[in-house]
Design a protein around this ligand. Sequence first.
Ligand code: AMP
Length: 182
Amino acid sequence: MHIIILGGPGSGKGTQSEKIIKSFSLKHLSTGDMLRDEIYRQTDLGQKAKIVIDKGNLVSNEIILEMVANKLKQIDKGILFDGFPRTIAQAEGLDELLAKNSSSIRGVILLKVNNEELVKRMRGGGRTNDNEETIYNRVSVFESETKPLIEFYQQQNKLIEIDGMGTIDDIFSRIEAELSYQ
Ligand code: AMP
């Protein structure tokens, strides 16, 4: 079973992903982690991506889809996609890639956290390098580029809405209960 976790910057996607992959024996595919690894290794891709990421913008669909296509070749079990897709073009690209293996997305977890809380969490933790401008840009890019995915997956009846407010364990219990039906 392939699952996507969708949510704004600071919504807790990464934290919940770690718990989900353990509980449901899935492989974690995080495009953010893959990009951070490229940056750490100072590859050409990493150096270009860093400039885009530091501003809170999105790396191009072509680069992301190529990265994911390569990764999919190495994975032969259920995947949890974290931070991908982030645009409609990426979602369509993913469907095509999976269809080649007669595979598809089973469900899409939407972690619902209001924008005020997202900004608070981003200021408080994680990305301490982000300045205010970058934080607001991340939220605005999420609104314009990624939110349309909610309707995209709703139309396919794949959306699983989860209240993303509360403790890490509370939120995970909600996810676990929903995924058990999948
Ligand atoms: P994340 O850890 O998922 O929040 O990703 C960190 C940053 O990497 C994002 O703010 C984007 O700039 C970039 N990034 C990660 N995944 C994607 C993606 N699927 N498409 C475009 N940019 C991405």
